[in-house]
Design a protein around this ligand. Sequence first.
Ligand code: GLV
Ligand code: MN
Length: 208
Amino acid sequence: SDPDPVQDFCVSVNETDAKVYVNGKTCKDPETVTADDFFFAAGLHEPHEILSPYGSRVTMAFERQLPGLNTQGVAVARVDFDPHGVNPPHSHPRASETLTVLEGKLYAGFSTTNPHDRDEKSKLYVKILNPGDVFVFPRGLTHFQFNVDGKKSAVAIVNFNSQNPGVVTAGKALFGTEPPIDREVLAKSLYLDEKLIKYLQSQTWMGN
Ligand code: GLV
Ligand code: MN
């Protein structure tokens, strides 16, 4: 969903003074561009060690890792799952996403916007996915994947139509902000006790 490029490429270059980019990054001088600018040995063919308590790991080839992606509107990642590992509910404000399962069995789904007003239920679209299966997560909608196998790991490749999809992890957006959201706001919004809010905000995994 990124803007269309108006030149062949615009390999991004880090300008020491530039802090804000209105759209994409500044282009490297085309005279100095080489094939390596369009290349990143991302190691997406091999498992990456899972350190997160979620039991999953996302290995990205986004613009940040691959400057040749700048203005091209695409990006790719590998997701590794431990047995019963989860990629927790999150959304990408700038990208639709396809997920292709390479190994294992994933329970994957997304929820919709609330149809007409905030008091209506969102709908959940969910599937069990096997190797070779492709599922799409529409742009901006909250989605997740869970490795249903308690013994074997799982692997998926995900593709995005943005060089920088952005990620909003649902739990962190509510309980993992800095500074924390006022407890009374969360307690009232989620029909929860303030003690439980305090507990959730204190979890270190919220800040990971
Ligand atoms: C999967 O949904 C991902 O964005 O890594
Ligand atoms: Mn995603």
